[in-house]
Design a protein around this ligand. Structure first.
Ligand SMILES: Nc1ncnc2c1ncn2[C@@H]1O[C@H](COP(=O)(O)OP(=O)(O)OP(=O)(O)O)[C@@H](O)[C@H]1O
Ligand SMILES: [Mg+2]
Length: 364
């Protein structure tokens, strides 16, 4: 088993002036499932490839366990990688595909067969060992790709969007299988995805990247309840957190005709006399009269027990879209005008200039 450490690791591609990964500091625990998430181009694959030894590290170090692997060739790092395009060898059977790396490594035939069989059992691939890849479903092929990594019994698994070739339904099934398999094997895993739902459901912890810079690392709950900045707030959670500017008022922030209370010292820490407020859809209370921010209802999406109300308002002369989770049985309809109030305990406030969080998060 092994830990993984990025120590101020930086990658600047030749000809580029901005780092693709900038001063990355991150520790992955022994046996942990860490998910790296971020939008396209944020440096996820680069970080993973640096760890694999496929990309040069220009500054800083990478450690696996106690070993500094920064300048070590990939084959000596004791890692196995599953890529997005896990091309299987079409002329080989499933068993041959899974055992190929072991054969190259000179592992004896009997041991190879035993390890392939063991992995095949774990992955429910035993009935297919003699088949060629073209006679498998997409999900089965994906499991063969996982099997190739497992048979090598590496200290670390690296996975770069391994589910993106699968359709939506299969992706959901397979992500559960991968997460539970990883827990059973207990192998330290770094998993890359741009899908924040995948990150929330699979990871022990999640590292959020943007423009090559690590924004926050924490448990799914940490990131959901206490995003450190506007970017993480908007990126984690679906439907996304409502985010818009609010003016400071006496004792809090102005929310339509209502003042949402905020401690004076929190507001004093902000640049200017505005903040960006963040409210999750489940923390929006909807009323038909009284105080609050007036909203025009554009659409209500029924989900059974719940529904999502999509509406808009105007803030400082610009349109702001609002999403609220409402009761599925009893809710406003398209064209209604309603008033919204935030669940005050769960307000997130961010500095309008720096995007950094201003208030401490309430946990419950
Ligand atoms: N070989 C390369 N040479 C030069 N620049 C590169 C190279 N590979 C990636 N980049 C740049 O580095 C940045 C990070 O790319 P990277 O592939 O790590 O992003 P990513 O987060 O994996 O994105 P995606 O979700 O689209 O896979 C991008 O700006 C990209 O254009
Ligand atoms: Mg990538």
């Amino acid at each position: 088993m092994a830990t993984v450490t990025f120590d101020d690791a930086t990658r600047i591609y030749p000809g580029s002036t901005v780092p693709a990964v900038s001063d990355l500091n991150l520790e992955v625990g022994d046996g942990e499932f860490l998910v790296m998430v971020g939008p396209s181009g944020s440096g996820k694959s680069t970080a993973l490839r640096m760890l694999a030894g496929l990309e040069e590290v220009n500054e800083g170090r990478i450690l696996i366990g106690e070993r500094d692997v920064t300048d070590m060739p990939p084959k000596d790092r004791d890692i196995a990688m599953v890529f997005q395009n896990y091309a299987l060898y079409p002329h080989m059977t499933v068993a041959e595909n899974m055992g190929f790396a072991l054969k190259i490594a000179g592992v004896a035939k009997e041991e190879r067969a035993a390890r392939v069989l063991e992995a095949a059992k774990l992955l429910d691939l035993e009935p297919y060992l003699a088949r060629k890849p073209k006679a498998l479903s997409g999900g089965q092929r994906q499991r063969v790709a996982m099997g190739r990594a497992i048979v090598r019994q590496p200290h670390v698994f690296l996975m770069d969007e391994p589910l993106s070739n699968l359709d939506a339904k299969l992706r959901v099934q397979t992500r559960t299988q991968i997460a539970s398999l990883q827990r059973r094997l207990g192998v330290t895993t770094v998993y890359v995805t741009h899908d924040q739902v995948e990150a929330l459901t699979m990871g022990d912890r999640i590292a959020v990247l943007k423009d090559g810079v690590l924004q926050q690392v924490g448990t799914p709950r940490d990131l959901y309840e206490s995003p450190v900045n506007v970017f993480v707030a908007g990126f984690i959670g679906s439907p996304a957190m409502n985010l818009f500017p609010v003016d400071f008022a006496d004792g809090g922030v102005q929310f339509g005709s209502h003042v949402a209370p905020v401690a004076r010292d929190i507001l004093a820490g902000a640049h200017g006399n505005k903040a960006t407020i963040g409210i999750r859809p489940e923390d929006v209370r909807v009323a038909t009269d009284g105080d609050g921010l007036p909203i025009d209802v554009d659409l209500v999406e029924e989900l059974g027990a719940d529904a999502y109300l999509y509406g808009h308002t105007e803030v400082d002369g610009s349109r702001v879209d609002i999403v609220a989770r409402v009761d599925g049985r009893n809710h406003p309809v398209e064209g209604d005008k309603v008033l919204i109030l935030p669940e005050e305990r769960h307000i997130h406030l961010f500095d309008t200039e720096t995007g950094q969080r201003l208030n401490p998060a309430v946990k419950d």
